[in-house]
Design a protein around this ligand. Structure first.
Ligand code: GAL
Length: 691
């Protein structure tokens, strides 16, 4: 393989998101100015008579958008190059006549059997060398030329045929890239990985330097010697694995953009997107992906058994809005009740379907969609809930679906309003890819665990956050939280330092700033580019035994981790009084001008974390009292109106505290007792007031 001309450092660093997040060509589905309502629709599973019944039921429920054809490749192209659009034509016409718009899927997440037969060397291969077979769903090798050509061909046929169809409102490319196939170790992927590396590094020498291949004698003399980081005798070069993760996200993104660009030739004005899984897809760098979709669309499923799953829902919705750059986004899929793929598939209880939907709406969704409209009788997902369950229309779920449609109608004016936030929490997929590899100081050093802990503490105070990548412009925020930001580029650390020097407030948790973009320890040790702004150095990590804790001077406890800290300007705020870290600071503060930088060297228990977050919010000038337990609030703000969303996730009625109770109760769910307004258990309320 030949070496390409080295690109400039800026060009090579195209792995960084741009300064501002969000789609570079934003568009919304064509048509009605409503909160879009509907779901995946798979009529191919049913005889035509059922389609008519479906469409009548859709109208009863206020459904005005369905995602169609997502898994119908073999029906549209039963043999290579032979197309049959009769079924799709009939459904498109039926929906169009009924005023139900279509989010038309490209069917490339369900390759037909003939494609598998055609390209045996494009079958995906796992890290352990298992060659995956057909009979499920997914794709062939993301870098497979045969797969890509076939995907482009069927996409072109669809785009050409339906470009002018009155029902067509937008495009839904593929389905959930990254699941179930992400990394593939087939020959085409290895070849494409080498080309990607050549583009990034320019020369094998530069690759050797970046990957630190002198260690364990891994030096490469030629690109052809470089392999994907498949399972080996023991742990594999971590910089190599990090680059393969980056490559994989890019390879899948190229599959998406190829289909999108075919579509754009036929319908340049229609929105094209693909469905994300914001906090639940570990393998795609959605900051980069979000630039390439016209509207951010997200799928979210509750972790049914987690009692805090409503907090995780909010976190997922906030990340989705952040990916959208604050613009309205589409909740493309969630479930009316149980899913079928978790160990125990708990049904949602009465009211939960609507509460979940409005929680997404409150955090910026302007479309509420489900998987799927009618429950399947056959196939892998027959035990998955749907808008229309197996029990039929005479059922609680269907009545709630109809009720939700009516509620969304009452909330139509919320559309296009924004969700203001004064706090940013850093989120970086590259950092979590690196951090989750083997041979780290402790398995308890987890970005996800820390992010959830900090997010929940802010949620309990009703403080809305945006997620941001460390390279984004953070100057609009009063407070930035960096939870276990393991990989932090020197320039991003410098930007965080400037942010504090400009009057910002920064909280950094343990395990941050440890390595650079090549997973190499920063020169000068820990916490690398954050040492100066935090006013300290970490000489050594002090990870805890499983279950071990340390007592703090404040009376709280620290878990998982502590550091041997050398203070160089920072003052201790809380200190370990016993255990392996006795005498070491657990919390420090470093004031710089009107800004401040705080370091938290351990996982604080919830009560101590709550108190600490309260102190930091005061320092940053942000209001945020602890809310009654189980109560959630978030606000959307339009030109003349603000809508306060309130949720009671608990079992008891809650008197609304002053400051949260004002406004017109749009859905009429509060119990008013004189001056006191009560939020019933399980309720979702929206209070409208003038801006
Ligand atoms: C999603 C997927 C849907 C359906 C759903 C079930 O991840 O996009 O096609 O499988 O899960 O929960």
């Amino acid at each position: 393989m030949t070496t390409t001309t080295p690109s400039t450092p800026e060009q090579r660093d195209d792995h960084r998101p741009s300064v501002h997040p969000g789609p570079s060509t934003p568009r919304w589905p064509r048509g009605a100015r409503t909160i879009r309502y509907g779901g995946d629709y798979n009529p191919e599973q049913w005889p035509e008579a059922v389609w008519r019944e479906d469409v009548a039921l859709m109208r009863d429920a206020g459904v005005d958008l369905v995602s169609l054809g997502i898994f119908s490749w073999v029906l549209l192209e039963p043999r290579p190059g032979q197309y049959d659009f009769r079924g799709m034509d009939a459904v498109m016409d039926l929906l169009g006549d009924a005023g139900v718009d279509v989010d038309l899927g490209t069917p490339t997440a369900a390759p037909p059997a003939w494609l598998w037969d055609r390209y045996p060397d494009e079958h995906p291969v796992t890290r352990d060398g298992v060659v995956l077979g057909r009979g499920s769903r997914g794709l062939l090798s993301p870098s497979g030329p045969g797969y890509r050509a076939a995907a482009a061909a069927v996409t072109e046929q669809l785009a050409a045929r339906y470009a002018g169809h009155p029902a067509l409102a937008m495009w839904h490319v593929h389905n959930e890239y990254g699941a179930p196939i992400s990394e593939s170790y087939d020959v085409h992927s290895v070849r494409a990985f080498r080309a990607w590396l050549a583009e990034r590094y320019g020369s094998v020498e530069a690759l050797n330097a970046a990957w630190g291949t002198t260690f364990w004698g891994q030096r490469y003399a030629d690109w052809a010697e470089v392999d994907a980081p498949r399972t080996a005798a023991t742990t594999v070069n971590q910089a190599q694995r990090l680059d393969f993760a980056r490559f994989t996200s890019d390879a899948l993104l190229a599959c998406y953009t190829a289909e999108r660009d075919v579509i754009r030739q036929y319908t340049p004005d229609l929105a094209v997107t693909t469905n994300f899984m914001a906090t639940n897809c570990p393998s795609l760098d959605y900051w980069k992906w979000a630039r390439e979709v016209d509207v951010v669309a997200n799928d979210h499923y509750l972790a049914a058994e987690r009692t805090d799953n409503h907090v995780l829902l909010s976190m997922d919705a906030d990340l989705t809005r952040s990916l959208a750059g604050g613009r309205p986004w589409m909740l493309m899929e969630h479930s009316t009740s149980a899913v079928n793929w978790q160990p125990r598939n708990l049904a949602k209880r009465p009211g939960e379907l609507g509460r979940n939907s409005l929680a997404h709406l409150g955090r910026g969704a302007d479309a509420v969609m489900f998987f799927q409209f009618r429950a399947s009788r056959t196939g892998a997902e027959k035990f998955h809930s749907a808008m229309l369950p197996h029990a039929g229309a005479d059922s609680r779920v269907w009545r709630e679906v109809v009720g939700l449609g009516a509620d969304l109608g009452r909330l139509a004016e919320v559309r296009d309003s924004r969700v203001p936030a004064r706090v940013a929490v850093l989120w970086d997929w590259e950092s979590s890819w690196a951090q989750d590899l083997e041979w780290r100081p402790s398995v308890d050093l987890r970005h996800r665990e820390r992010t959830e802990a900090w997010y929940a503490a802010l949620w309990r105070r009703g403080v809305t956050i945006d997620f941001r990548h460390p390279s984004h412009d953070l100057s609009a925020y009063d407070l930035v939280v960096a939870p276990a930001s393991y990989l932090l580029r020197a320039q991003d650390g410098a930007a965080l330092t400037r942010y504090v020097d400009g009057g910002g407030h920064l909280v950094v948790s343990f395990g941050s700033g440890l390595v650079d973009e090549h997973d190499a320890v920063h020169p000068g040790g820990f916490p690398g580019p954050l040492a100066d702004v935090l006013g300290l150095r970490v000489e050594e990590f002090l990870p805890f035994r499983d279950g071990e804790t340390g007592t703090l001077a404040s009376g709280g406890t620290g878990r998982f981790w502590a550091d041997d800290v050398v203070l160089e300007g920072a003052v201790p705020v809380d200190v370990f009084v016993d255990g392996r870290a006795a005498g070491q600071p657990a919390v420090t503060r470093n004031d710089r001008g009107t800004g401040s930088a705080w370091y938290v060297s351990t996982a604080l228990d919830d009560g101590t974390l709550d108190a600490f977050v309260g102190d930091v919010l005061v320092a940053a000038g942000i209001a945020g009292d602890l809310l009654p337990e189980g109560v959630e609030t978030v606000e959307r703000v339009g030109e003349d109106t603000r809508w306060r969303f309130l949720f009671n996730h608990g079992d008891g009625a809650v008197e609304l505290p002053d400051g949260l109770a004002a406004g017109t109760d749009v859905l009429g769910v509060l119990d008013d007792h004189g001056d006191v307004r009560v939020l019933p258990p399980g309720a979702a309320a929206v209070l409208a007031s003038e801006v």
